[in-house]
Design a protein around this ligand. Structure first.
Ligand SMILES: Nc1ncnc2c1ncn2[C@@H]1O[C@H](COP(=O)(O)OP(=O)(O)OP(=O)(O)O)[C@@H](O)[C@H]1O
Length: 345
C-alpha cells in the first residue's frame, strides 16, 4: 500500500496516484468518479485505476472508518485469482481517497454490450454463466462473496473473454439483481451471489430482470430462455438454502453449451484503447527519462511513417571495388610508362 499527496476527488489526467500510478486516459465512470487507463511507473505496466466510492457527508471519524473498510475490501479482492476475474493489483490511500488498481481489460460492460447487440441466446448466456460461475467459485474459495453481481460488473472483453469485476467491493447494488434475503438486510453470501447470477443471466436473455427494476415484483415467467430455463429458475429460488452450488450450476450450464460457445466477439470496433508503448528507454515510452536511445529502430509511434533503417555496406563488395580501382590505376600507369618509352626511343 502506498501513501502520497492527494490527486483530487476524481483524479485528473497526468496526476500520480499514491506517487506511483499515472492517470492517462478515462475509460469508464463508476460512482467514485472516472475509471482511468493508468500507468504503473514502478512496474512499468498499464493498469486500470479507480477511486473507490466513499459515502459523502461523513464526519472525519466515520470517513476514516469507511476508508478502512475500503482498504480491507481492496485487500480481500487481491486474494481472488482467476482468469475470469479482474485481477486487483493494489489498493492505495491517496490523501482522503482510496484507489484500486487492477488489470486493464479492453472491454464493454454487459449493459453496454446488450444495448449495442441486443439480448443473448440461451447458449451465449450459458457460456457467460460458466465463466462467471468459475470466477465466483474462486472468490468464494478465497472467502470473498461478490456482494453486488449485476450486468454493470460483467466485462465482455474485446478478445471474446468474460471478466467479473468489483468482487468483494460493497457499495451500491442494483435492487433488480439483489437476492431477496439481502434486500431484507441479511449479509451477502455465496447463495446470494447465485441469485444475482441467475438474475443477470435472465436479463441477458429476456432483456429485463426477473422481478422488475426494484426486484420486488412477482417473478416474470421467462419466454426466451429455452434449455437454460431450469438452471435459471433454480438460481432464482427465494430460499437461499435451496439454490444450487456453483459447481452444480457450472455442470448444468456446460451441458447446455456442450462446448460449442467459446467466446463473445462483438462485430464492431474494439471498445477501448490498446496502449502501445515503445520499448523502455526509447522516446515515447512512459518511463522515458530523456536518455539517448541505445539502438536505432524504425518506429511508427504517433502516426508517423516508419523511418527506414540506414543501409550497411557489404565489406566484401567494398574490397572488390578497391581492387578494381587499384587495377585501373596500375593499368593506366603502365600505359603511360609504355607511351613515354615509345616517345623516348
Ligand atoms: N479493469 C478494467 N478494465 C477496463 N475497463 C474497466 C475496468 N474496470 C472498470 N472499467 C470500466 O469502467 C466502468 C465503470 O467501472 P466500475 O464498474 O468498476 O464502476 P461502478 O461499479 O459503476 O462503480 P462502483 O464500484 O463505484 O459502484 C466499467 O463499466 C468499465 O467499462
Amino acid at each position: 500500500m502506498t501513501r502520497g499527496n492527494s490527486v483530487g476527488a476524481a483524479g485528473s489526467q497526468g496526476a500520480l496516484v499514491g506517487g506511483r500510478y499515472r492517470l492517462d486516459q478515462p475509460i469508464g465512470r463508476g460512482r467514485g468518479g472516472i475509471v482511468w487507463l493508468a500507468y504503473d511507473t514502478r512496474l512499468h505496466r498499464t493498469v486500470a485505476a479507480k477511486r473507490m466510492y466513499l459515502p459523502p457527508g461523513q464526519d472525519e471519524a466515520q470517513a476514516e472508518r469507511s476508508r478502512a473498510v475500503a482498504l480491507q475490501q481492496g485487500h480481500d479482492a487481491m486474494r481472488v485469482d482467476h482468469p475470469c476475474a479482474i485481477t486487483v493489483h493494489d489498493v492505495v490511500r491517496d490523501g482522503p481517497d482510496v484507489w484500486l488498481t487492477m488489470e486493464y481489460v479492453p472491454s464493454r460492460n454487459m449493459v453496454e454490450f446488450l444495448a449495442e447487440h441486443g439480448t443473448l441466446t440461451p447458449e451465449q448466456a450459458a457460456f457467460l454463466g460458466i465463466q462467471l460461475g468459475k470466477a465466483l467459485t474462486a472468490a468464494h474459495q478465497a472467502g470473498v462473496p461478490h456482494r453486488n453481481l449485476q450486468p454493470g460488473n460483467v466485462l465482455l472483453a474485446d478478445d471474446g473473454g468474460v471478466k467479473l469485476t468489483d468482487i468483494g467491493i460493497s457499495g451500491w447494488s442494483d435492487p433488480a439483481y439483489r437476492a431477496p434475503e439481502v434486500a431484507r438486510g441479511e449479509l451477502p453470501t455465496s447463495a446470494s451471489d447465485a441469485y444475482s447470477l441467475g438474475a443477470t443471466l435472465f436479463a441477458a436473455v429476456e432483456g429485463v430482470p426477473p422481478c422488475g427494476a426494484d426486484g420486488l415484483q412477482p417473478q416474470v415467467p421467462p419466454k426466451h430462455t429455452g434449455a437454460l430455463t431450469g438452471a435459471l429458475l433454480k438460481l432464482l429460488r427465494t430460499e437461499p438454502g435451496l439454490r444450487p452450488t456453483m459447481a452444480d450450476t457450472i455442470a448444468s450450464l456446460s451441458a447446455i453449451t456442450e462446448g460449442n460457445q467459446q467466446a463473445f466477439i462483438p462485430p464492431t470496433a474494439p471498445a477501448m484503447p490498446r496502449p502501445h508503448f515503445p520499448p523502455p528507454g526509447q522516446p515515447g515510452h512512459p518511463g522515458y527519462q530523456g536518455q539517448p536511445p541505445q539502438v536505432h529502430q524504425p518506429t511508427a509511434v504517433g502516426g508517423q511513417a516508419p523511418v527506414p533503417p540506414r543501409k550497411q555496406l557489404d565489406p566484401q563488395l567494398v574490397r572488390r571495388w578497391i581492387l578494381i580501382a587499384l587495377a585501373v590505376i596500375v593499368a593506366v600507369s603502365v600505359g603511360i610508362g609504355v607511351v613515354e618509352v615509345f616517345f623516348l626511343m
